[in-house]
Design a protein around this ligand. Sequence first.
Ligand SMILES: [Zn+2]
Length: 58
Amino acid sequence: MSEGCPGRDESEGSIDECVFTCPACAQEISVNPEMKRAILSNGCPVCASSVTEQSFVD
Ligand SMILES: [Zn+2]
């Protein structure tokens, strides 16, 4: 958990983060918008099941 980026973000995991919950394997992953897009196009990173917007919650 050491990022080594002083002065960049004061609060971790705030803006634009959401939680992906896979409907197939139930894995929960915190994602940023980039990861969200990747998962929507590539499927769950764990089980490769296809997912929709509804699998993401703030
Ligand atoms: Zn999955």
